[in-house]
Design a protein around this ligand. Structure first.
Ligand SMILES: [Zn+2]
Length: 167
């Protein structure tokens, strides 16, 4: 098991759309375990393969009693809307109010390739939308106004410059 490096915005790899998983082998299983451990180590609610520079449609979510491993997930239905605060391990220290569907239906397969579907609402629906967005190269700031997006971008650029100055 090893912890993976999480890419921080504006890393261009975060914009890459991910490829469907076709091989359900031990390599995939090991990657999913590393992704899971990395999410927990950084106290995240969710983590997508895109965020660790792996171009595969895989994401994990751990929230309350929910432990989700989603391979090749697709949102197949949405209902209503909600506005709530969202954060992301690729946007350290940034929390913004974002509009999402209130309910979602998701179809996916597990790490062995077995199909399943689930319905979620509230915060879990938000987390599913956020992680599945990552797999399409979409980021939470894409849901913000142009002005807010610029503010976030400048904050993170300033922070990365300060990080580089540290010995
Ligand atoms: Zn994220």
């Amino acid at each position: 098991m090893s912890l993976l490096k999480i890419l921080v915005y504006p890393d261009p790899a975060l914009r890459e759309p991910s490829k469907e998983v076709e091989r359900f082998d031990s390599e995939l299983g090991n990657f999913i375990r590393d992704l899971w451990e990395t999410m927990l180590a950084y106290d995240g609610v969710g983590l997508a393969a895109t965020q660790v520079g792996k171009n595969l449609r895989v994401c994990v979510i751990s929230w309350k009693e929910h432990r989700l491993i989603l391979v090749n997930p697709r949102i197949t239905g949405t209902e209503g809307e909600q506005i709530g605060e969202e954060g992301c391990l690729s946007f350290p220290g940034i929390f913004e109010k974002i509009r999402r569907p209130l309910k979602v239906r998701v179809e996916a397969v597990d790490e062995a390739g077995k199909p399943f579907s689930l319905e979620a609402d509230g915060f879990l629906a938000r987390a599913l939308c956020h992680e599945i967005d990552h797999l399409d190269g979409r980021l939470m700031i894409d849901h913000l106004s142009h002005l807010k997006r610029e503010i976030v971008r400048k904050k993170l650029l300033k922070r990365s410059k300060e990080e580089r100055k540290k010995p």
